[in-house]
Design a protein around this ligand. Structure first.
Ligand code: RIB
Length: 292
């Protein structure tokens, strides 16, 4: 594996507490829901697992607490083949995401906890020698900025998934080759024209099962349709998309083609409970690609 291209993912690791509800509560209201379970999550961890399970040698940089949740997340990354130990901190507990599932769609509230301890030094160290650097915005912006800048300086392909959307993302675009957003994030960041002006290729994931649009300077928009599946739990499907895209691009596959593999990975994760799943394998991606 010595010369295998490395995907470095810098981001969050959360324990997801998933509750099924008929609707979201209003202010001052208590609703009864059904506990679905506790699952490994966090956009960073999901994307690292997605890249690794899609076949890439993957390094993950994240901070968790010295607690049971941290152990669960470390085990989950390791069992997916992700390289490297998550940094442990005494300063805060492991991040927790409260996932409210309504009719298969999710609303999520994240308590950052130890994720807020991720530093620029952690990030810079983690991206050394990587072919692809992938980051999101659930960790401090200076860490994300450092990862992207170090990756760019070393000639890596840099990918930012601007989730959750934050204005700070726009200033980061100078060091981003590929920006991934969903429609809501795209609007929150000022729209496609503004994002495109920074020079990055922009991938917009559309709501529901519509697929993705690739916006590239001087070229018509390329639409890649979604795979038709019966979704079980859409949590982490977008993360699997990002991870698989990074993994596929690391092997030198052109972007338009890599988008199909990434969409297949998203569909596989949406077909299972939890934000990550061992059902995601290079073979499962190939099977879906050849079936379509
Ligand atoms: O993108 C899904 C993820 O967002 C969940 O796993 C949750 O932890 C939040 O970070």
């Amino acid at each position: 594996m010595a010369n295998t291209p490395v995907v470095a993912v810098v981001g969050s690791a959360n324990l997801d507490l998933v509750v099924e509800v008929s609707r979201l509560p209003t202010v001052g209201e208590t609703l009864l829901g059904t506990a679905v379970g506790r699952f490994p999550g966090g956009k960073g961890l999901n994307q690292a697992v997605g890249a690794s399970r899609s076949g890439a040698q993957t390094r993950f940089c994240a901070v968790v607490g010295r607690d049971e949740a941290g152990d669960i997340l470390q085990d989950s990354a390791r069992s997916a083949g992700v390289v490297g130990d998550l940094r442990r901190t005494d300063a805060a507990p492991t991040g927790v995401a409260h996932v409210f599932s309504v009719d298969g769609d999710n609303s999520i509230i994240v308590a950052a906890g130890a994720n807020a301890e991720l530093t620029a030094t952690d990030a810079t160290d983690a991206v050394t020698g990587a072919a692809v650097v992938l980051a999101q915005l659930e960790v401090p912006v200076p860490a994300v900025a450092a990862a992207l800048a170090a990756g760019r300086a070393a000639g890596a392909l840099t990918i930012l998934n601007a989730a959750p959307a934050a204005e700070a993302a726009v200033a980061l675009l100078a060091d981003v080759d590929i920006l991934i957003v969903n429609e809501t994030e795209c609007e929150e960041l000022g729209g496609i024209e503004r994002l495109h002006a920074a020079g990055a290729d922009v991938i917009v994931r559309t709501a529901g099962a519509d697929g993705v649009d690739l916006h590239r300077a001087g070229q018509p928009v390329l639409h890649v349709p979604a795979f038709r599946i019966d979704p079980v739990d859409t949590t982490g499907a977008g993360d699997a998309f990002c991870g698989a895209l990074a993994a596929t691009l690391a092997t030198g596959v052109p972007l338009a083609e890599a988008l199909r593999a990434a969409s297949a990975a998203g569909a596989i994760v949406a077909g299972q409970l939890g934000a990550t799943t061992p059902a995601l394998t290079p073979e499962a991606i190939t099977t879906l690609l050849t079936r379509a």
